[in-house]
Design a protein around this ligand. Sequence first.
Ligand code: ADP
Ligand code: NI
Length: 223
Amino acid sequence: MNNVEKEIVKKTEKYVFDALIDEPSGHDWWHILRVVNSTKKIAGIEQEIQNVNLFICEMAALLHDIADEKLNENAVAGEQKVKDWLKEVDVNEADQAAILTIILNMSYKGGTNKVRLKTIEGKIVQDADRLDALGAVGIARTFTYSGLHERPIHDPRREKVREHLTLEEYRSGNDTAIMHFYEKLLKLKDLMQTKTGAQLALQRHQYMAAFLAEFYDEWEGKC
Ligand code: ADP
Ligand code: NI
């Protein structure tokens, strides 16, 4: 990264920190920082085999939830926020386009998002964001999100998983925290786009699977 890019990253860190420090649903600044750190880690390894633009990676990781439709009035308003910021800090047009393409296409959206990110930068940032949905941190974020939206922890009368969800159904709130594991989290390990991301995801997946096994044992009074 050159000095101008480093300066833009610094300003963007402050902008995102101020915007998301108190975000209560698990999309807060610390989520962003973890995603930036995983992005750097994966990028460092990928760089040994191909050229990776670290500026685009880091900017997309920093800004990826600023545009989130769940955290804005709607998707268009979120997109505009990111566009305005990229202009304000003078990112060149090619980089603006690359960063926006990643941010606008990386969300899981209940599996309804079928766009596959083509650039290595996109694959890295998407994997880094998905890693933060997994493991101990992923479990914590899921219960926080679910509680904030007044959803139950678990309801054994319900199906574990709703298949072939539309985005409206996925976002409808008609689920439990435990259902979210089956509707998204346990699927992620097979959707990782980089080799490093897949390796890290597997470890976190196994931790979640063990958590669920213990959860059901305790629920049923088996331990
Ligand atoms: P996407 O929009 O791509 O599905 P989200 O931003 O909704 O991604 O997901 C980020 C994290 O927020 C999830 O990994 C999970 O921890 C939490 N989350 C999102 N939706 C739910 C839900 N319905 N129930 C519980 N947690 C959720
Ligand atoms: Ni995110």
